[in-house]
Design a protein around this ligand. Structure first.
Ligand code: ADP
Ligand code: MG
Length: 268
């Protein structure tokens, strides 16, 4: 749950506009300029030190993901998929290597800037939904906006809009235990989208769902991608990965295989 709270938490939007503007400038530069890579990693490495033992979770990952891509990260359990997602989502920092997000080297950012990026640029969807059990769907979706310091009227308007995008306009006042698994995950997707993040990260989003509910969720992702959303999802199911345009397979913390299936759409 800590990762979830971290993912939702951002600094007050009024703070530090100078740095915000700098981030916007670099984003414009990468959109218009020669380099369109939204996510660029070089030699990305993550070691977990556990007492005398060190787990080498990622061992030099070079990755480039462009705007509007729909990427699946596959690989066996323990291959480093979640570790990579956590680094991409700025939930964790690498042991070595570089990561440039929207033209900004992430290692240069301080904790507040990282929190701001998590809140503004990244939407997370987790296998276990991670909704607040006693809060309505609407309130769950409002959470990232509360952390962003937004007033309640605007918050409710935006949260309701996000719930409409996932076809849950008629369930806003329901609590998680009054919703099906698929509906809960759709609330979580709405929460991930409410700040209009540039990247949607989903770690095994259908891992807890049956196959017909999984396809309901994949319809949502496909629709979002159709409107220009950049999506990176982790899955170990081929039928889920089949929705993506590019598959990257991790084995033992390294990219073992990469497979581009259809040309990346442009122009959004
Ligand atoms: P996947 O998502 O592909 O199943 P993970 O990224 O969760 O793989 O894990 C990669 C490796 O790192 C595994 O060996 C796992 O046990 C280890 N690992 C993951 N998170 C931690 C952690 N917080 N502390 C120590 N080891 C970890
Ligand atoms: Mg995992």
């Amino acid at each position: 749950m800590t990762a979830v709270l971290e993912a939702l938490r951002g600094r007050n939007q009024d703070q530090d506009t100078r740095r915000t503007r700098h981030l916007d400038d670099t984003r414009t530069m990468t959109t218009n300029g020669q380099q369109n890579g939204m996510i660029l990693t070089h030699g990305l490495t993550k070691d977990y030190v556990m007492g005398a033992e060190t787990v080498r979770a990622l061992r030099g990952v070079d990755l480039r993901i462009d705007r509007n891509e729909y990427v699946a990260i596959m690989g066996p359990s323990g291959s480093g998929k979640s570790t990579l997602m956590n680094l991409i989502g700025c939930l964790d920092t690498p042991t070595a290597g570089e990561y440039v997000l929207n033209g900004q080297p992430v290692q240069d950012l301080d904790d507040d800037e990282l929190a701001r990026i998590r809140n503004r640029e990244i939407g997370f969807v987790f296998q276990t939904f991670n909704l607040l059990p006693r809060a309505t769907a609407l309130h769950n979706v409002e959470l990232p906006l509360i952390y962003a310091g937004m007033g309640s009227k605007e918050r409710q308007r935006r949260a309701a809009g996000a719930l409409e995008k996932v076809a849950l306009a008629d369930r806003m006042d329901h609590k998680p235990n009054e919703l099906s698994g698929g509906q809960r995950q759709r609330v979580a997707i709405a929460r991930a989208l409410v700040n209009e993040p540039s990247i949607l990260l989903a770690d095994e989003p259908t891992g807890n769902l049956d196959s017909s509910t999984s396809s309901e969720i994949m319809d949502v992702f496909d629709g979002l991608h159709g409107t220009g959303q950049t999506i990176i999802m982790v899955t170990h199911e081929a039928s889920i990965a089949a929705h993506s345009h590019r598959e990257i397979t991790l084995v033992d913390g390294m990219i073992a295989e990469e497979h581009l299936k259809t040309p990346v759409p442009t122009g959004h």
